[in-house]
Design a protein around this ligand. Structure first.
Ligand code: NAP
Length: 301
């Protein structure tokens, strides 16, 4: 079968694109490499999505996924490795199997967690070092943990972990936070949260498992005993596999016009993988709608 539209990425942007495309009568396949819902499922609480006062990211992601499937979008859990232009249609190649065919493609691959870049970080992933406190925080019940970062993700992670871990060290490279003041105030009131500011993590301790971190603060080194370190220092795009069809900026984000149209007529981009100023849940779903309508109008030409 040749789908009208293949959406790569099942986060808020991709799921919204699928809803709009289905409602415009197009056949749609969503390819997602992990779980539907995307990055938002890592947020313990979302309180800035219009019409919903407060919801967990997992619940919101589940609702979006159910809506897209109820509209008739097909879903496959597959990791996409590249896209081949076959003239009248595109072949979307995946890690396993023969791939899938579609006329238009919407890229909604989001972004992956940025790594600290400290020695042995990769080696200790899953052995104390993690990037998702919502997913893995419960493993550190009653244990001391650290969170690195100064944005809303780090603040929210610290808040979540303070409910279960014995102590939370919030390590940030500056003396003020980029995240919301209300969250900072709430954290200051927690007895088991310590702010470690103007500080950089320079070393990870432990053989097979993390046992602590070394932090450089005001020119001095300090050792902090922790069993877990959650890195929440933002995200980076993952557009490398599609580079030949896109124009990427210095940071690797895909260029498009305000209709989410790229330099390649059959390829559209939506959400955090796109070069733009504001990366929020609301702007991701807006992109999803815009990209889907642009793809539909290209297909109808
Ligand atoms: P972010 O806002 O970009 O913050 C990243 C933080 O990490 C910054 O404080 C930055 O420091 C620090 N950082 C970056 N690179 C670093 C490095 N190499 N070493 C140490 N620190 C580093 O990222 P985010 O917190 O993931 O949030 C991304 C977007 O999602 C934001 O717009 C945020 O508001 C939004 N968000 C929304 C919700 C929600 O509830 N709706 C939840 C989470 C996130 P500097 O400040 O010094 O640059």
């Amino acid at each position: 079968m040749i789908y009208d539209i293949i959406v790569i990425g099942g986060g808020p942007a991709g799921l919204t694109a699928a809803v709009y495309a289905r409602r415009a009568g197009k056949s749609v396949l969503i390819l997602e490499k992990a779980a539907l819902g995307g990055q938002i499922t890592w947020s313990p609480k979302v309180e800035n999505f219009p019409s919903i006062e407060s919801i967990s990211g997992t619940d919101l992601g589940d609702r979006m996924a159910s809506q897209a499937m109820a509209q008739g979008a097909d879903v496959e859990i597959e990791e996409v490795t590249g896209i081949e232009d076959c003239g009248d249609f595109r072949r979307v190649n995946c890690e396993f199997g023969a791939g899938y065919e579609g006329r238009a493609v919407i890229l909604a691959t989001g972004a992956k967690p940025r790594m600290l870049g400290v020695e042995r970080e990769e080696e200790l992933v899953g052995a104390g070092v993690g990037y998702c406190a919502v997913c893995d925080g419960a493993f550190f019940k009653g244990m001391p943990v650290a969170v690195s970062g100064g944005g809303n993700s780090a603040l929210q992670d610290a808040m979540l972990l303070s409910e279960t871990s014995s102590r939370v060290y919030l390590i940030h490279r500056r003396d003020s936070f980029r995240g919301e003041e209300a969250l900072v105030r709430a954290l200051r009131e927690k007895d088991n949260v310590e702010f470690v500011l103007n500080a950089a993590i320079t070393r990870l301790l432990g053989e097979d498992e993390l046992t602590g971190i070394v932090v450089r603060q005001n020119g001095e080194e300090r050792e902090i005993k922790v069993d877990g370190l959650f890195v929440a220092i933002g995200h980076e795009p993952d557009n490398g596999a599609f580079a030949s069809h896109l124009e990427l900026n210095e940071q690797g984000y895909a260029a498009s016009n305000e209709s989410c149209v790229t330099k390649t007529p059959w390829l559209f981009v939506a959400g955090d993988c796109r070069a733009k100023k504001v990366r929020q849940l609301t702007t991701a779903v807006a992109d999803g709608a815009v990209a889907a309508l642009a793809a539909c109008s290209w297909l109808d030409k």
